[in-house]
Ligand binder design. Structure first.
Ligand SMILES: [Fe+2]
Length: 285
């Protein structure tokens, strides 16, 4: 008899409330999520839970989180929520959790689902495209790692730790400082995998001995064939993953939806930097 545990990883839902008439939405994310939820409902044997690793909404507003909450009704599976750079804590707490408390508090949490200890950290920052983790979040992580000894652990972060310490690409994932501290905190710990999103690519790495899974998500794909020197190219593409944790380790199987890979847009690095600077200025105002 096997001890296999199966769960689903979705990311970068980028849901936008219909009343926003979102012109910056590059694909019909509501239709995509509807399709994917129907597919998840049809999976046999039934998975135990769903990880949704951030960028749950496109603009972080409360109405879009309410739209998402309505869409998730009827899934009938536990969902592990993480926040991304497109989300806001205020919108998430009010629109999805129905709570007015702690709008400025990072959403860090851990729980045991089907014998897996799932630890989630909020890497979102109001002023950055990339992610960060504060000192208090590392204290939470260290305490969480000491809980449920003997259970396999997975970690959910919207922003994956950086693969290279390269000053030109810090927007791609966690800050270098947080990346290095995370590596030190997880050293010697038995982590079955880290699940992330943000860069809109199905990408699998071995990071300090830990499987690091990045999902393409449900919004758009970053073209991995585009030379990533001075711009990024978005193409039509969506995917989610079926994950199995066996006694022998983790398997992640992607379920891409059909795509014509039509171009959705190109953004230059200076444009991304200008967007981030404008966001920081807006936050400071
Ligand atoms: Fe995203």
């Amino acid at each position: 008899m096997t001890n296999n545990k199966t769960f689903v990883h979705i990311t970068d839902l980028h849901i936008s409330a219909p009343e926003l008439q979102d012109e910056k939405l590059r694909s019909d994310t509501t239709a995509t999520l509807t399709t994917v939820l129907e597919m998840i409902r049809g999976i046999e044997p039934r998975p135990s839970f769903v990880i949704a690793s951030g960028d749950l909404t496109n603009h972080g507003d409360e109405a879009s989180f309410r739209t998402l909450a309505g869409m998730m009704e009827g899934l009938d599976l536990p969902v592990v929520w993480a926040l991304g750079n497109h989300d806001t804590r205020a919108g998430f707490y009010a629109g999805l959790l129905g709570s007015a408390d702690g709008a400025d508090k990072t959403y860090d949490h851990d729980q045991v689902l089907d014998g897996i200890h799932v630890i989630t950290l909020d890497t979102s920052s109001p002023v950055r495209i990339g992610g960060d983790l504060a000192g208090a979040q590392f204290a939470f992580l260290e305490a969480a790692l000491d809980r449920h000894a003997g259970l396999p652990k997975i970690i959910v972060l919207h922003h994956a730790p950086a693969l290279d310490i390269d000053p030109d690409w810090e927007w791609e994932g966690l800050s270098f400082t947080a990346t290095e501290r995370l590596a030190a905190t997880l050293k010697g710990r038995d982590i079955a995998g880290i699940f992330s999103g943000h860069i809109h690519q199905d990408r699998f790495s071995h990071w300090h001995g830990i499987p690091l899974i990045v999902g393409m998500g449900l919004h758009a794909a970053l073209d991995p064939l585009h030379p990533a020197t001075d711009s990024i190219r978005s193409v039509q593409g969506t995917s989610f993953s079926l994950c199995t944790l066996r006694d022998s380790g983790l398997t992640v199987t992607c379920a891409p939806l059909p795509s014509d890979r039509r171009e959705l847009g190109i953004a230059t690095i200076p444009q991304l930097q200008a967007y981030e600077a404008a966001r920081a200025a807006e936050f400071a105002a």
